[in-house]
Design a protein around this ligand. Structure first.
Ligand code: C5P
Ligand code: C5P
Ligand code: ZN
Length: 474
């Protein structure tokens, strides 16, 4: 069978071979949607290849967590959705003979190399927009399937989870997945586990009652709709579409294709009439990725809703719940995940409100806010990203957000836009340099990156970050 992403095939094969030789593997992954799906893809592939393994999750990989991983005594450690940014630290443990690292990641590599390293950036593929961690894990799973004892299994069914990871990492934020991600989608479609359709690109098409779907859609703000319950009802009532169900409101998935088209075009007309600019109106429609094997009307059927459900688990110290759902758990695990999702959604909207209320401070080349203990450090990055479409926050400069980690440390998240990256912004460099200047460390992607610094050094961080952004944007 053809390799889905030929550029990465040699690396995928070398990693697969090393895993097949291992006695027992420790699988270590990151606590977000992409990290969970990466772990689920890798875990399924290891199980099918009959390789014994155990799974652990880390909030972040640093010298301490890598040392903790080494202390567990596994001969081989598979890192997914992180590892590249900490290659220097990992290489030291490898050199000391503590474990053999295998890395499937998409973050900007630190300066060091290890042989078993599967990362799109090493082959000229963009790790922020063309392949996610779960996508890298998927390529590894495909290579394992081709070489392991159960070679008859192609592992292509795992493409669905890989797409959830990519969508969870906002790699479809331009409207659709492309590059290597598109190759993964194509395999999933062929395997019958995925479908892609042009549709309204609003969160909640599977599960939200129609009025809430439109009222809560905040990525593109439409006067008379966004946050306006009565406006939405009157908008919907004017349409010749029956939007009421016996039990209340229909959801988007309950509409026929004709009805969906009617609502979508009325929404676009309404937005135009209210003066929403054309480039924002374009964002109302995009590609939706549907997991064909999941039940209609559940969060698991929509890649975007599924990824949010996963963030609601792992970012609240319940990666076990998210992983169980990814691996097929539907009873108790799914119920627990749904409860966690309610809290997560509330935290996100309260977080964005907090930013709108308190505003941002603008420097020469960036804007920032310090949420202190008001926003949980594990979700401050998501809120920083969402805040870029909030009132009072500019899209012309990147945003930097601080949140208290504990008495000693502050979490930093940086978010930019595609346009800024086009002009030279690379937040992985900004975060790393500014963090180092402030006594910490960081990394990530050009468009989104993070760091941890000693508490109290925020001003130093901002000063250096502002300089680096200034240099990058010339
Ligand atoms: O660690 P990881 O790669 O999984 O996290 C990527 C982060 O970058 C996510 O929080 C995602 O929301 C963010 N991102 C973004 N916009 C993009 C790509 C990624 O905000 N276009
Ligand atoms: O934590 P946050 O969502 O802001 O992270 C954005 C991106 O930066 C993620 O891909 C994350 O893995 C990465 N990151 C990193 N090193 C850190 C913090 C975040 O590589 N210390
Ligand atoms: Zn990722």
């Amino acid at each position: 069978m053809d390799a889905p992403v030929p550029e990465l095939e040699a690396r995928a094969r070398a990693c697969a071979d090393a895993l097949l030789e291992a006695e027992e593997v420790l699988l270590a992954s990151h606590i977000d949607a992409d990290g969970l799906t990466s772990a689920a893809v890798a875990a399924t592939a290891l199980r099918r290849a009959e390789i014994p393994f155990e799974t652990v999750f880390e909030k972040q990989l640093d010298a301490d967590s890598v040392a903790g991983i080494a202390a567990r005594g596994y001969d081989t450690v598979l890192f997914t959705d992180f590892g590249s940014g900490q290659l220097d630290v990992i290489a030291d443990h490898e050199a000391a003979g503590e474990f053999r690292p295998v890395i499937a990641d998409h973050h900007q590599p630190a300066d060091a190399d290890t042989r078993l390293h599967l990362n799109p950036l090493l082959e000229g593929i963009d790790g922020a927009s063309e392949l996610s961690g779960a996508g890298a894990a998927y390529l590894l799973a495909r290579a394992l399937a081709a070489r392991g004892p159960e070679a008859r299994l192609s592992n292509r069914d795992l493409a669905a989870l890989a797409v959830v990871g990519a969508v969870g990492d906002m790699q479809a934020s331009g409207g659709e997945l492309h590059g290597a991600n598109a190759a993964v989608v194509a395999e999933g479609v062929e395997a019958g586990v995925l479908s892609e359709t042009r549709d309204l690109s609003v969160y909640g098409k599977q599960t939200r009652p129609l009025p809430k779907l439109l009222e809560y859609a905040s990525d593109v703000r439409i006067p008379g709709i966004t946050g306006d319950e009565r406006g939405v009802i009157s908008f919907l009532d004017d349409l010749e579409v029956d939007i009421r169900a016996d039990s209340g409101w229909k959801r988007w998935v309950d509409l026929t294709d004709d009805e969906k088209r009617a609502v979508a075009s009325a929404l676009v007309r309404h937005a135009v009439s209210r003066g929403v600019p054309a480039f924002k109106i374009d964002r109302l429609v995009g590609t939706t990725y549907v997991l064909e094997e999941e039940a209609v009307g559940t969060a698991l059927r929509d890649a975007s809703e599924f990824s949010t459900l996963l963030n609601a688990t792992a970012r609240y110290e319940r990666a076990d719940v998210g992983l169980a759902v990814c691996l097929g758990g539907r009873g108790e695990a799914l119920e627990r995940a749904r409860e966690l999702l309610r809290t997560h959604r509330r935290n996100l909207s309260e977080g964005v409100e907090w930013v709108e209320e308190h505003g941002v401070t603008t420097e020469g080349h960036l804007q920032w806010f310090d949420a202190g203990e008001e926003i949980r450090e594990t979700i401050v990055g998501i809120i920083a990203g969402m805040s870029m479409s909030a009132d009072g926050v500019s899209r012309d400069v990147p945003v930097v957000a601080f949140a208290r980690k504990d008495d000693a440390e502050t979490k930093v998240s940086g978010r930019g836009t595609g346009a800024l990256v086009g002009r030279g912004l690379d937040l992985s460099v900004v975060m790393r340099e500014a963090a180092r200047a402030a006594g910490g460390d960081g990394g990530g992607h050009d468009i989104a990156a993070g760091a941890t610094i000693p508490a109290g050094n925020e001003a130093e961080f901002i000063e250096r970050a502002d300089e680096v952004v200034g240099e990058q944007l010339g």
